[in-house]
Design a binder for this molecule. Sequence first.
Ligand SMILES: NC(=O)c1ccc[n+]([C@@H]2O[C@H](COP(=O)([O-])OP(=O)(O)OC[C@H]3O[C@@H](n4cnc5c(N)ncnc54)[C@H](OP(=O)(O)O)[C@@H]3O)[C@@H](O)[C@H]2O)c1
Length: 333
Amino acid sequence: MSSAPKIPTVQLPSGARMPVVGLGTWKSKPGEVKQAVKDAIDVGYRHFDCAFIYQNENEIGEAFAEKFKEGVVKREDLFICSKVWNTFHSKEAVKRGLAETLKSLQLDYLDLYIIHWPMGYLEGGDIVPWDKDGKMQHSDIDYVETWQALEEVQKSGKARDIGVSNFNVEQLKRIQAISSLPIAVNQIEVHVYNQNKELIQYCKQHNITIVGYSPLGSFDRPDDGLTSDYPPPLEDSSVKGIAEKHKKQPGQILLKYLLQQGYVVIPKSVRKERLQANLQLFDFELDAADQQALTQLCKGGHARACTMNQDWNHKHHPFPNQGKIRARGAVIQ
Ligand SMILES: NC(=O)c1ccc[n+]([C@@H]2O[C@H](COP(=O)([O-])OP(=O)(O)OC[C@H]3O[C@@H](n4cnc5c(N)ncnc54)[C@H](OP(=O)(O)O)[C@@H]3O)[C@@H](O)[C@H]2O)c1
C-alpha cells in the first residue's frame, strides 16, 4: 500500500474532490469485478465509475463492504459515481433507480450521480426494451425532467454532486437554462480518435469537469466499436514509439495524453498488473511533439466506440451526423 501513487484530484461544485484516475467497471463480468475492485483499492484506486446498466453493482458493493470491514479504506476515502439508466428518466423512476443502485452498492450516498444518456426508454419493463421487430422502445420524457429529479437527489444528500454523460452542447445549455444547481461533470467518450474539441471547450468555459470514458479505445466492447480505419490505439505505431521513448506502456501514453489536457480518465481493467500500470502516470510528462503526434491520430474526425446506433431516431440522440454512421461506429465528419 505504501508504494501506491498519490492520485491528484479535481474539485467539484460541492467542494468534493474527484481523483483524476478512476476505475471503469463496464464489461467487468460477475465473478471478476469484485476481485478487480478489491485489487484496485489495494493498489491505490479511490474513484470508481459504476452504472445500473452494467448489472454488476451488487458485486462492486460486496467488494466495498469487505474493504470497509477489513479497515483498508473508509467510505469517505472513496469517490463513487453511478448513473441513471435510460428506463429511469421520469421523476418517480429516478428515485427508484437510485434506491436500487444504493442498495446494490451497499451505500447510503453517492459522490456523483449522472444521467447516463439523454435518451429515455420505455419504463417499467425490460431495462433494454427491444420490441418484437428488434427496435428500441423509446419514451419521450425530457432529460430536463430527469435533471430536476437529480436536483432533488442532491438536495436530499443522496448524491454530493450531480452531472450528465453523453450530452452535447445544446443539451447542456437547456439544462443550464433551467437549473439552480451546477452540472458537475459531463462524462463523454474521449480518446485519441475522438477528441471532442468543441464540446470540451464549452465544458471548460462552464467549469464542467470532463470525465473521459473508453480512454484506451474500448476494444473489449461487444458490438459496434471502432472501424478498421481506427485500429486499437494501443497498437498504433506512433503510440508505441512514444511509449518506448518514455520507457512506458502504450496504455500509459494514451491515459497521460488525456490527463495532460485536464480530463479525468476511467480506464477499465480486471487485471491487477494493468490496474497498477494505469495508475503509474505521474512520474513522466509528454512533450509538445508527443502531444502533437497523438492529436494527429484523430484524423479530424470523431470515431466512436459507443454510438448507440439503435437510438439514431430518438429526438434526444446527442451525436452529430445522424445517418452518416458507418458499420462499426466511425462517424464521418
Ligand atoms: N458513460 C458512458 O456512456 C460510458 C460508455 C463507455 C464506458 N464508460 C465507462 O468508462 C470505462 C472505460 O471505458 P471502456 O471500458 O469502454 O474501455 P477502455 O477503458 O478504453 O478499455 C478497456 C479495455 O482495455 C483493456 N486494458 C485496460 N488497461 C490496459 C492496459 N494498460 N494495456 C492494455 N489493455 C488494457 C481492458 O482489458 P482487461 O480488463 O482484460 O485488462 C479492456 O479490454 C467503462 O468501463 C465505464 O465505466 C462509460
